[in-house]
Design a protein around this ligand. Sequence first.
Ligand code: PEP
Length: 253
Amino acid sequence: MRLPIIAGNWKMNTTIDEAVTLVRDMLDKLDRIAGVEKVLCPPFISLSAVRALLLDSSIKLGAQNLHFEQKGAYTGEISPPMLAGLCEYVILGHSERRQYFGETDEIVNRKVKAALKAGLKPILCVGESLSENEAGKTEEIVTRQIKGALAGVDFTRDLVTAYEPIWAIGTGKAATGQQANHTIGLIRHTLSDLYGEPAAQAIRIQYGGSVTGANIAEFISQPEIDGALVGGASLKAPDFISIVQQTADAKQA
Ligand code: PEP
């Protein structure tokens, strides 16, 4: 049994004050939901403040990115050791990083290695664009991204993967549960090629892309889907709580 994991990716939203308010709005209810790992990923500048609020709770903290170098002349960047004492998870390879910041599979691979070396747990995102999807290239793309990101990386249970079709992110057009389950099954197959079947069965794979309280049940009822990476809906306390609660209910049923 894989423990479901719901992570909220706040992206470039919330000032420090807004982040604190958002956490306060969801903290008690979220904390009480058992049987689901809960992760909040605010912007870098809010990590310390959010960490202080989460200290005695069951809610984990994650960052949205890191640089693969340990330190040095990389103005504006944040290194793995800087995050290591602060949070447990880090989102890597998000399609927005690939699209707007030129992150290649090779860069994502360096980041995955650097994160694991620092004791951080990567949430590794993969997913195809609309044109790749329409050209029937989904399997080819996600397989390339998984193999590229994990080249030279030993199996670890600390790895979480997220299948996020780009056409579903922030568009309100989520994949269907069946579509997501199918592609996540392919991703697990690739993980099995890399690490063997028992290891692949131990790695959690989330779906991400326009997940809300209204559609989470469709995803979480699928056998291959172990949770969700949630963008927009993670910025609204009642929606995020509902997503986590429904996940707990479905997986405990
Ligand atoms: C994301 O950014 O990871 C995401 C899935 O966003 P949204 O839920 O808003 O589609």
